[in-house]
Design a protein around this ligand. Structure first.
Ligand SMILES: Cc1cc2nc3c(=O)[nH]c(=O)nc-3n(C[C@H](O)[C@H](O)[C@H](O)COP(=O)(O)O)c2cc1C
Length: 328
């Protein structure tokens, strides 16, 4: 359990923000399946870009699960402050600042993890956003800019001084992308140095790994990114293991099918008849990639254009899968 401002979060497992993945349907599903907190996909602080279709989905916070944590990205203090204010007006209850994303699209504009190079600018951005809103502001960072410039600890101290109320640390430098060992040592040092909640992130893929990382770093929680794709029940598995020391059994095929079909239905409703089936494809790929014949099915599935065709293809696939498993 930990607190962020007025919010008490009673599961230590958090869904990491992932652009193109953690949309409202996925956030709601993960929350229902045991995530204590979910964070939106990042929204650019450049409000001139807010009238695109993509931004309009990301900026719509009504009906979202609470507390609504919205991530913003950008490199200019006043623009970030304004973006934070406007998201709070639209219903954000926590503002999360992205200084952890290495994506070119973000780094080229000196935002995301590129900011870590410039500590005075980090301080200015954090102060401007904290001053601009009366909701808690949280921050997500990497351990530094490059292996020779690991200033994660300095940035963490700047963050706490600026009034940031929780810090998530992806244990890699910006230059490391998603490769190489995660530096849980650095996360542990940051946790020791701060009083605010600190969350560990990077390569946590199982209940046992989550416990190991929490024991090692003494972090207040873990952020789960890629491992939750197509596996949203991972949150309840980790939460249960942390509370009881026991592993839950894998979900039965019946339940996987029900979760997947429910997820698709929410995607169709949220994105509509054209976009919905297109966005559904990547999720279906993630859910089914480890099932027998999953990749063959995926190729055929990706050609289907309507919600009805997709739903009945999934139903048929699960009938085959259950027969196959029954006879194996
Ligand atoms: C597809 C994808 C999109 C991401 N988008 C964001 C983002 O919008 N904001 C952010 O702070 N981090 C983003 N990240 C980084 C994740 O939040 C997380 O830090 C990283 O994936 C490491 O955690 P993991 O090993 O559990 O996946 C993204 C990662 C992926 C794979």
């Amino acid at each position: 359990m930990f607190r962020i401002g007025p919010y008490t979060i009673d599961s230590q497992v958090i869904l990491a923000p992932m652009a193109g993945v953690t949309d409202r349907p996925f956030r709601q599903l993960c929350r229902k399946l045991g995530a204590g907190l979910v964070v939106s996909e990042m929204v650019t602080s450049d409000t001139r870009l807010w009238n695109t279709r993509k931004s309009s989905y990301r900026l719509n916070h009504t009906g979202d699960v609470e507390p609504r944590s919205v991530q913003i990205a950008g490199g200019e203090p006043q623009m970030m402050a304004e973006a934070a204010r406007m998201n709070v007006e639209r219903g954000a209850q926590i503002i999360d600042i992205n200084m952890g994303c290495p994506a070119k699209k973000v780094c080229n504009k000196a935002a995301g993890s590129a900011l870590l190079k410039d500590e005075p600018l980090v301080r200015d951005i954090l102060r401007a956003v904290v001053d601009a809103v009366d909701v808690p502001v949280t921050l997500k960072i990497r351990t530094g800019w490059a292996p020779g410039q690991r200033n994660g600890l300095a940035i963490a101290r700047i963050a706490e001084d600026a009034g940031i109320q929780a810090l998530a640390v992806h244990g890699r430098t910006r230059a490391c992308g998603y490769k190489g060992e995660v530096e849980y040592d650095t996360i542990s040092q940051i946790k020791q140095a701060l009083d605010i909640p600190v969350f560990a992130n990077g390569d946590i893929i199982s209940p046992q790994k989550a416990k190991q990382v929490l024991d090692y770093t003494h972090a207040d929680g873990v952020l789960i990114g890629r491992a939750a794709q197509g596996r949203p029940w991972l949150f309840r598995e980790i939460d249960h293991y942390l509370r009881t020391g026991n592993l839950l059994p894998e979900p039965k095929l019946e339940e996987v099918k029900a979760i997947l079909l429910g997820h698709l239905q929410e995607l169709y409703t949220f994105y509509g008849d054209f976009m919905g089936p297109r966005i559904a494809r990547k999720h279906v790929g993630w859910y089914l990639h480890s099932q027998p014949e999953g990749s063959t099915f995926r190729k055929a599935f990706n050609k289907l254009e309507s919600a009805e065709e997709q739903t009945s293809a999934i139903e048929d696939f699960f009938v085959q899968l259950m027969n196959y498993k029954a006879s194996a």
